[in-house]
Design a protein around this ligand. Structure first.
Ligand SMILES: [Zn+2]
Length: 336
């Protein structure tokens, strides 16, 4: 087997997915999957989704299993992902399990055709409805549970179910207390009832399909990343100048103060991370906005005029607003 850790980024990018010869067995992913299976056991479920490697996280239509992205199967590839995309989705053990619980929700939905049930439709809506290009979450809504970032349960009925399942399945989940006064409690109670009913039922959908298995993919990593970066770019023409002039100053009185561009460069990583956490938007998209802002700061010759903390706070708010505007005009994250 090829030793990936000895290859440079350029050499890695030239490889095709099918040439990576990656396996789940023997990696730390295997332990995380065992942990997921153990959690399901503890919940009394005999159902275990089958899991394979592909390019991204996803559960295919009608398949009672899900794909995990290749970069989680080798530390060298996780490093490449971080360099290309600035974040590694599911990179920590905690995040990985969080996403796996969500995918298991889709997989068990498919395994037992739960979305065909009338009560499912009443509570979550129609599974067959089209995925929106974007959704406008209501942060204060108590009709939906909170699990993945960005109020993801609000994106689509299938996501709502998967998120509700994930909250129910999490070990130590005190969902009855946590959601006591929430209308979302009805959804959790429904999941609880259905799951106890499924304990003894063999699954109806026995498919073991591995859609887009890594070994079948002939594109190179370079082609993949070029498409992925394109996909995660925000496609709208923002005008940062007004915001920037409100935060920074071009007044000659401030020429001895640090430059605005330098300030943004120093806080770049932390800002990206914080806004990605709050909005659910990929760090790559936020970083792109920041890089355009930095260019504008240079052109406008702006300098820091407020305290560091105050400036940081104002930048955070402005970038968050810009990010949310971006989501609502043509950005969507791949539906998990
Ligand atoms: Zn999903």
């Amino acid at each position: 087997m090829r030793d990936l850790s000895r290859l440079t980024d350029e050499q890695l990018l030239d490889l095709r997915f099918c040439d990576l010869s990656l396996r789940i067995e023997g990696t730390h992913l295997e332990q995380r999957i065992d942990q997921l299976y153990e959690e399901l056991n503890e919940r009394g479920l005999r159902f275990k989704p089958h899991i394979w490697l592909s390019q991204e996280w996803f559960t295919p239509d009608n398949v009672p299993g899900f794909a995990i992205p290749f970069f989680l199967a080798h530390p060298r590839l996780a490093r490449l992902e971080r360099k290309q995309m600035l974040e590694v989705e599911g990179g920590s053990s905690q995040d990985c399990l969080r996403i796996m619980r969500h995918e298991t929700g889709h997989a068990i939905d498919n395994a037992f055709y739960l979305h065909g049930r009338q009560r499912y439709r009443e509570l979550f809506g129609s599974f067959a409805s089209r995925y929106p290009d974007w959704y406008k979450p209501q942060p204060h809504s108590r009709d939906y549970v909170l699990h993945l970032p960005a109020w993801y349960a609000q994106a689509h009925p299938a996501e709502d179910f998967a998120e509700t399942f994930a909250v129910w399945a999490r070990p130590g989940s005190r969902w009855r207390t946590r959601y006591r006064d929430w209308p979302a409690l009805r959804k959790l109670e429904y999941v609880d009832k259905v799951m106890s009913e499924l304990k003894a039922t063999p699954r109806a959908n026995k498919s073991r399909d591995r859609v887009e298995d890594l070994s079948d993919i002939r594109t190179t990593l370079r082609e993949h990343y070029s498409r992925k970066r394109e996909h995660y770019s925000l496609q709208w023409p923002p005008d940062y100048d007004r915001d920037l002039k409100r935060i920074f100053s071009s007044d000659p009185n401030y020429t001895s103060r640090p430059s605005a561009a330098g300030f943004l460069v120093r806080h770049r990583r932390a800002l990206c991370h914080e806004i990605a956490e709050g909005t659910g938007v990929h760090q790559y998209a936020i970083d792109q906005m920041l890089s355009q802002m930095i260019n504008r700061c240079k052109v406008l010759k702006l300098r820091v005029s407020l305290t560091r903390e105050h400036t940081r706070q104002k930048v955070l708010i402005s970038l968050t607003v810009q990010t949310m505007n971006g989501i609502h005009t043509g950005y969507h994250r791949i539906a998990l």
